[in-house]
Design a protein around this ligand. Structure first.
Ligand SMILES: [Zn+2]
Length: 451
């Protein structure tokens, strides 16, 4: 029998508050980065974004002060400024192309572009990419209105400001893996920028292990329910992957893994790591890809088999989203910065930072993770191989009840296999690599081995 260390005091999150004993080990460097995310800085990014009047995807690309072109160039200039403190590791660009009329939300040819900053990883053997996104474009009531002011402070100035702020802070630090910060365009016209980027990631075979898409995350109140709360954040994730679901259906049905797709696994990771580093915030896992009547930039990635989730505030204020600026019956409509909570936006930005930093500092995922399924046993044996990149201290085997939302136990081992006195029939398992400083890779669900 192999030696097993069990971390009984592993971190369970607020939802399991009865677990009194919690050992939360924060990496002091990540905690320092977190402390550098500033609500004032986030507010200044948003005020600047709002100053472009509209950031409608089809607004002017040439006007020096108004429209999406000026907004994109400003984000690029910020990224280039941050790049100076990166020792040559950060580069920034606008990935632009020409939109063709589609007879729906695009009426004529128009230039579109995603503003990207790439913080190159320091390990030449590590090709992993982690990406964080917000959409720079904004809109009013009519999706084709490219003239009227559309401040888009929260939708999605909040996500874009988070991306800028993360680039500002993280560019000063180095990570073995690469992090891409991106302000995408064309979300409101049909996820155009995200589709382009997801297609590019597929064609260029990026080893993109996670995308955190931030869209509407800086306002804390809902007028219809009169809720005001800045202590909860939603992470939307799909349980199944939208990629070749039909081909995978038999295995999913047989092993009951409909709740363990890549996005859901990532969402659990965001919850654990986000709550580890950000105080007074509960991360709510929402078991669906997105909200009713709405879409988001993570979906083109989910559909291409990347792990991607949507991060969104708990209580949305629909009076402020996609609205012409006006007052009606005493109610003011419009997506203004004055309606936002910058301390809440700070916390939500920090969830992104904690997740990205922990992932980019961790080794890559263990390879060929298998669960021994040849014999009828009441124990569980797992095997795996070392990850491709990164130094490994050991591995966590994660375990949870089949009906439980989060991982409940972690077993640490420095070996490449483990036998546990729990039946494989009664629990779900996964394995994550643990780096020398304790950073965990994304978990990998085992493939049953019949040999
Ligand atoms: Zn949006």
């Amino acid at each position: 029998m192999r030696k097993i260390s069990t971390l009984l005091g592993m971190y369970f999150g607020f939802a399991l508050g009865s677990q009194a004993q919690q050992i939360v080990q924060r990496d002091p460097l990540i905690a320092t980065m977190i402390s550098e995310i500033s609500p004032d800085s986030l507010r200044s990014h948003i005020d600047k974004l709002v100053s472009f009047g509209t950031r409608h995807t089809l607004s002017s690309v040439s006007d020096p002060k108004k429209g999406i072109g000026a907004a994109r160039r400003w984000v690029l200039s910020r990224f280039n400024e941050f790049a100076k403190q990166s020792g040559g590791r950060m580069t920034a660009t606008i990935d632009s192309w020409m939109l063709q009329p589609d007879g729906r939300r695009v009426d004529k040819e128009h230039e579109i572009g995603n503003v990207m900053a790439t913080l190159k990883g320091t390990d030449p053997n590590d090709d992993r990419i982690f990406m964080v996104s917000g959409h720079i474009d904004s809109r009013v009531s009519n999706v084709s209105n490219r003239e009227s002011d559309a401040p888009g402070a929260n939708d999605d100035g909040s996500g874009t400001a988070a991306v800028i702020e993360l680039a500002r802070v993280m560019s000063k630090y180095s990570f073995p893996a690469t992090i891409i910060f991106v302000a995408v365009s064309g979300e409101e016209q049909g996820l155009l920028g995200a589709n382009h980027l997801a297609e590019r990631a597929t064609n260029e075979k990026w080893n993109l292990e996670a995308l955190l898409n931030n869209d509407i995350m800086g306002s804390n109140h809902s007028p219809d329910t009169r809720l005001i709360d800045n202590t909860k954040l939603r992470v939307f994730s799909e349980g199944l992957s939208g990629f070749e679901t039909d081909k995978r259906a038999n295995g999913i049905r047989q092993y009951g893994t409909e709740n363990d797709g890549k996005a859901r696994t990532l969402a659990r990771y965001v919850k654990e790591i986000g709550e580890r580093y950000v105080d007074n915030l509960e991360i709510k896992l929402i078991y669906r890809n997105d909200r009713y009547l709405r879409g988001g930039d993570h979906t083109p990635f989910v559909n291409r088999d990347f792990a991607a989730v949507r991060i969104t505030e708990m209580n949305e204020n629909f009076n402020n989203q996609h609205q012409d600026l006006r007052t009606e019956n005493g109610t003011e409509y419009g997506d203004y910065a004055k309606n936002m909570d910058f301390e809440y936006l700070r916390k939500n930005t920090c969830v992104n930072l904690a997740t990205l930093a922990n992932l980019a500092k961790a080794p890559s995922m263990p390879q060929n993770v298998t669960l021994e399924a040849r014999n009828l046993t009441n124990t569980t044996t797992l095997f795996w191989q070392a990850p491709k990149a990164g130094k490994v201290k050991g591995y966590y085997v994660l375990m949870r009840e089949t009906h439980w939302p989060f991982w409940q136990k972690k077993f640490f081992t420095d070996k490449n296999g483990l036998t546990l006195p729990y039946s494989k029939d009664n629990y779900f398992f996964a394995v994550q690599a643990v780096g020398e400083e304790g950073h965990e890779s994304l978990p990998v669900l085992p493939r049953p081995s019949m040999r």
